[in-house]
Design a protein around this ligand. Structure first.
Ligand code: GLV
Length: 328
């Protein structure tokens, strides 16, 4: 009997095609939004494997009900929605989709940095409001990025591409803070490893590319914003949970830092009434880091490959808990 794979949202057809050609039965949730938790549990109970998305809550309770699952392929690079410890305890391998979305996500970080530095989103809105009357010698002034210092928090794959863009495009000096040293970034982009405090104190642009974990949750808060430069631009394209949004609003209102560009917010979705949306030096996007045709097709392909490879060879291309595979 063929194995059943549940895909929890409609994703690019590539995944469906690859899985059906490989002999899987594929069930796709075709709702316009994510399933409710009872809907997810009901369907997952019928499946052998899952292609999950960030909005699916695969927590302790989920795994207590679905310990029969044989493999989970997350359609995202981040997997903070999955209790991987619990999956590992149940010997369920979990994969994610790194690399294929690094260019797309770094483009959003790079674009937000430029947009914030020149107040682009705000000024676009002001034209719509009929506020463009004449040339203003002393108004709408931004800051230049050439030769400034970029601080990368989390020098992984996406952080590396951001460093490349900023080094090549603006000849920026690159600092980074990471769990481990990244010698490739040091060699290629003259990136300098610094302590977290030095990163805060020296960055003109501080761009977050870390995972959301117990260590990083709420790490960018009143205390840390207070250590940053007054002219600093804070960029977050990783997870909204890494910053405290109330504290960010206050830091911008008090001019503790200069500006912010967010592709991820806390909470998501951001309310239309959020004061950040009215601030000239702030640009916000609705979590579109990986939203290019190329990246989403790559994510679909990689998620399907992980499932196929697991059933064919007991392996996964990008497994986040590979210890489970070797024990099988
Ligand atoms: C998107 O946020 C991802 O983690 O891929």
């Amino acid at each position: 009997m063929s194995k059943k794979v549940l895909i929890t949202r409609i994703i690019p057809a590539k995944a469906y095609d690859m899985l059906t050609q490989a002999g899987f039965e594929v069930i796709v949730w075709e709702g316009s939004g994510p399933m409710t938790q009872p809907q997810l549990l009901e369907r997952a109970k019928e499946a052998n494997a899952l292609i999950s998305l960030g909005a699916d809550k695969l927590d302790k309770h989920f795994f207590s009900q679905c310990s029969h699952l044989e493999a989970i392929a997350q359609f995202a690079v981040g997997y903070d929605n999955i209790d991987v410890n619990e999956a590992t305890r149940m010997k369920i391998p979990v994969s994610n989709t790194p690399d294929v979305l690094s260019d797309a996500t770094a483009d959003v970080a790079f674009g937000l940095m430029i947009a914030v530095s020149r107040k682009m989103f705000y000024l676009h809105k002001s034209i719509e409001l009929g506020e463009w009357k004449q040339f203003e010698p002393l108004k709408n002034l931004g800051v230049e990025l050439a030769g400034k210092t970029l601080g990368v928090f989390g020098m992984g794959r996406i952080g590396m591409v951001m460093a490349q863009r900023c080094r090549g495009g603006f000849n920026m000096n690159i600092l980074y803070h990471n769990r481990t040293r990244n010698s490739e970034a040091e060699k290629r982009y003259d990136a300098r490893y610094v302590s977290f405090d030095e990163l805060l104190q020296q960055s003109d642009v501080l761009s977050v590319h870390s995972v959301l974990s117990d260590e990083t949750r709420g790490l960018f808060n009143k205390t840390t914003f207070n250590k940053m430069k007054k002219n600093a631009i804070f960029i977050n394209t990783s997870r909204g949970g890494v910053h405290n949004e109330e504290d960010l609003i206050e830091a911008l209102q008090n001019e503790t830092i200069w500006g912010a560009g967010l592709d991820v917010t806390n909470p998501e979705p951001m309310l239309a009434s959020n004061p950040l949306l009215q601030m000239p030096n702030v640009s916000v996007l609705p979590h579109i880091g990986s939203a290019t045709t190329e990246a989403r097709n790559g994510m679909a392909r990689l998620a399907a490959e992980n499932i196929i490879e697991f059933y064919k060879n007991g392996n996964m291309v990008t497994c986040v808990n590979p210890g489970v595979l070797t024990k099988n």
